[in-house]
Design a protein around this ligand. Structure first.
Ligand SMILES: [Zn+2]
Length: 843
């Protein structure tokens, strides 16, 4: 809602409520703060690669201390990260992290933009990043953002001169910004953009450096700082009752899915920025020094400034309504500006201020979270003036539909309410993030509608347009139609109002492994998003696969209810991969999408439509052993994957581990980062190693080197040192160096082809030193690097075996990579090829 966006104090108050749609509190201090910002005509753009890369201290400082219009351009939406707070990964994680960035900006007062770059996973070098991103397209997106936003200064989070020292996405973001700084003003660059925008030359480009980039505090102290600007960003804002650092900490604590919830910092805080392009400011604590940021920078602005500076100077905190005549005069002058850029920005800001001073409350809300195209929905329109100003509501439109209100006087504190049946046209698009509507590439989203590129969200489909007459000046205010309700245990909740399909269908498992020729019964859940819905569901499947009764009927009485139908799928006799997808037919309309909902308290609820499908894989896989014990670490889906190929997997509570308790397992597997996150293991490690010694198989998946202190020196029965070595190119060549080892022969023959089709990476945190008892099985490397042999190590121990592997099984198994299944099955089966002599554990 366009109340006072960018007012930090009101945003802070709004934190107690559930999301961005909730009306803000507009106190006199908030209004004063907004007037200060209204009187600053300057823009700063901060550029980095991921949600959570941004320096919220500097963004908060610019937005609240310097009062600059401040924006953060995050090239990606962070799809490639992990998720601390829920199950969302990949596209859905990108949607969640987009909302976390918007939540952070509501706190620190900045704005948020994106490019079409997809966070495809870790890359060591920017060259690799820029091969996977469509470099021309992403550079064009940075140029477009600069042309639209028209920043005076740009600040890069990362150094464009030091490839290889940080994530390739990071350096690439700085390199693109460095290039775009000049291209934005070049008519021959991306000329197609110039139909909707104009060229623009920013004045200065900076790099947001710190001692960290110099290697140590001492080196930084000694460094030449001629080109460095310095600011103390720990400043306290008496008007807001908070320091800049506290605001910044609250903002970055919005990145909850990345585990950024943190304590507030207080006190003096040094911030340094290094000039890369443009002239060095004389005042080296002011990055706008020498840039006109007054109303005089706009043709016709002086008269506006004369009015507005006076309002700021004489601001009446007790009764700000006395400023309305002056503000309306300024509003009318702004409408006459020939500079559309500043006209639009300042109209929006001033409208919010007039709105806040009047105590206006304008709202259009529904009692339902969603509806379907072609339906009607009741909307409650409310208008309230909470001042003695002479305000008339001239008209209200819900999109193009006129509400029966005309020249209605809004007298002080008399609430006007009208209920309207809003017709949702049959042609209305379903609500969903615009960047996920079409299939993109690994590195770049596909967005056909150029107007949407850069926007954080899909614009809301339904809006209420209020036309007000305030003291004789006509002012339009637009606000999205929202869903408003109360929860007894939460209070009032505002949520986006959405348009969804009549019903959607989804598979419980996104990957189904057929380890043999047996049929499987596949459940498909149909969810109704309308009352009394019926139709048929059909399963689409690949050739060589067979389905009994591929088409079935369904009928659901109530919106929100579900029905599960089953299809029996027979795999082909040989190895094969295919996609299955359900198609719903309802009154002649076909629906092929599934609906995902993302709901957390710190962001507005999101609904996302994705293609409904599952991958089916027929494997010719052999295995030995039955019972697997799994000790979960940071969380992975490996146990479910192993069940899919017929293992009986039990999750082991670390507290219950004893020599006796492990005996029943054919193998014991430790989940990713188990030794990093499960403290209990330090007391249980001797039982785990004894289990191997007595004939069991222990498989340890990757752990990070940090916290790899003395407490885990016995992680393996022999010396082993974990490094930060990783192979990030999932297609990098793999050589089997232990060609005779049974790990590559029993019960499945493994060859180089089993490393085809891997996703995101080969593996991470490979050991770089190990004692001679270990046999390295594989060798691999990223381009231009030395070969690493540490990805898969095995050592016999007593009567059993110990395996350490940094291979990314936790990524490969859930997406159904056949070779990864076979290799994992071989690890679990190790030692079981020798006839029941000494290794078989008693069950
Ligand atoms: Zn990052």
């Amino acid at each position: 809602m366009r109340y006072l966006l960018g007012f930090i104090a009101c945003s802070l108050f709004a934190l107690g409520t559930l999301n961005a749609q909730t009306p803000k509190i507009n106190s006199s201090t908030d209004i004063y703060h907004a007037i200060e910002k209204l009187n600053f005509l300057g823009t700063a753009l901060y550029i980095a690669a991921h949600p959570d890369d941004e320096n919220t201290r500097l963004i908060a400082y610019l937005a609240n201390n310097v009062k600059v219009r401040t924006a953060y351009l995050s090239l990606t939406r962070g799809d490639g990260g992990q998720n601390l707070i829920g199950p969302e990964l990949r596209e859905l994680l990108g949607v969640l992290r987009t909302q976390e960035l918007l939540a952070a900006r509501r706190v620190d007062g900045g704005q948020q933009f994106f490019s079409r770059a997809n966070d495809f996973g870790y890359s060591k070098q920017p060259t690799e990043t820029l091969e996977i991103w469509d470099k021309e397209a992403i550079l064009g997106d940075v140029v477009r953002t600069i042309r639209k936003l028209k920043p005076d200064v740009i600040i890069n989070r990362f150094d464009h001169r030091t490839p290889g020292t940080t994530h390739g996405h990071h350096t690439a973001s700085a390199m693109l910004s460095y290039e775009a700084f000049d291209l934005a003003n070049d008519e021959s660059a991306y000329p197609e953009q110039l139909e909707a925008t104009k060229t623009w030359q920013p004045k200065r480009l900076f790099f947001n450096t710190s001692w960290w980039f110099y290697g140590s505090q001492e080196k930084f102290k000694a460094a030449d700082k001629t080109n460095l600007l310095h600011m103390d960003v720990g400043t306290y804002y008496p008007m807001l009752g908070m320091s800049n650092n506290e605001i910044a900490s609250l903002a970055s604590s919005q990145h909850l899915c990345q585990g950024f919830g943190r304590l507030s910092t207080r006190g003096t805080e040094d911030e340094y920025i290094e000039l890369l392009k443009g002239d060095l400011p004389k005042n080296k604590s002011n990055l706008f020094d020498g840039i006109d940021t007054t109303w005089k920078r706009v043709d016709g602005g002086k008269a506006i400034g004369d009015i507005l500076y006076k309002v700021q100077e004489n601001f009446n905190f007790k009764d700000p309504t006395i400023h309305i005549p002056a503000l309306l005069k300024a509003y009318n002058l702004i409408q006459g500006l020939s500079n559309d850029h500043w006209k639009n920005i300042k109209t929006e800001e001033l409208t919010s201020i007039i709105f806040a001073i009047s105590g206006l409350h304008l709202e259009a809300s529904t009692e339902t979270a969603y509806t379907n195209p072609g339906e009607e929905v009741e909307v409650q329109v409310q208008a309230l003036n909470r001042s003695n100003l002479n305000i008339k509501l001239k008209s209200v439109f819900l999109n193009t539909q006129k509400v029966a209100i005309e020249n209605e006087p809004l007298t002080n504190n008399n609430l006007i309410t009208k209920k309207v049946d809003l017709a949702i046209p049959a042609s209305t698009n379903y609500t969903s993030p615009y960047w996920l509507m079409e299939k993109g590439t690994l590195g770049t989203y596909k967005v056909t509608n150029e107007d949407l590129i850069g926007k954080p969200e899909t614009p809301r489909a339904f809006n209420a347009k209020f036309l007000l007459d305030i003291n004789g000046t006509a002012i339009p205010i637009t606000t999205p139609v929202v869903y408003k309700y109360a929860k007894p245990d939460k209070g009032e909740i505002y949520q986006p109002f959405e348009v969804v399909p009549e019903a959607t269908a989804s598979f419980t498992d996104k990957v189904l492994i057929f380890a043999d020729a047996n049929k499987k019964k596949i459940p498909v859940t149909i969810k109704a998003h309308q009352d009394n819905i019926s139709g048929s569901i059909e399963l689409k499947y690949g050739k060589d696969w067979k389905v009994d009764a591929y088409k079935q009927n369904f009928s659901i009485a109530k919106k929100g209810d579900e029905q599960t139908v089953y299809f029996t799928l027979s795999p082909p006799s040989t190895e094969s991969e295919s996609i299955i997808s359900p198609i719903l037919s309802i009154n002649g309309k076909e629906i092929t999408k599934e609906l995902a909902t993302i709901a957390y308290d710190h962001v507005p609820t999101q609904t996302v439509l994705l293609p409904s499908e599952a991958k089916v894989v027929r494997l010719n896989i052999q295995k030995a052993g039955e019972n697997i014990g799994y000790i979960m670490g940071a969380g992975d889906e490996v146990p479910t994957s192993l069940e899919q190929i017929g293992y009986n997997v039990q999750l082991i509570d670390p507290a219950t581990i004893t020599t006796e308790s492990l005996k029943k397992y054919d193998a014991v597997v430790l989940g990713i980062r188990a030794y990093n996150v499960v403290d209990e293991l330090k007391f249980k490690q001797r039982f785990i190693l004894d289990y191997a010694k007595n004939g069991g198989t222990v498989i340890v998946q990757y752990n990070t080197a940090s916290r790899w202190g003395a407490q885990f020196e016995n992680i393996a029965p022999y010396d082993i040192e974990i490094s930060r070595d990783r192979v990030t190119n999932e297609n990098s060549e793999v050589n089997i160096i232990a060609k005779d080892h049974s790990l590559v022969h029993f019960p499945n023959e493994i060859d180089e082809n089993d490393f085809n089709g891997w996703v995101q990476e080969r593996g991470l945190y490979f050991p770089d030193k190990w004692s001679q008892e270990f046999t390295p099985i594989l060798e691999m490397h990223d381009e231009g690097e030395d070969a690493s042999k540490g990805s898969l190590l095995i050592a016999p121990y007593g009567k059993g075996n110990y395996i350490y592997t940094g291979l990314s099984f936790f990524r490969e198994l859930p997406v159904g990579v056949p070779g990864a299944y076979k290799l994992f099955s071989n690890m679990l089966s190790i030692g079981k090829d020798k006839v029941e002599t000494n290794v078989k554990i008693k069950g």
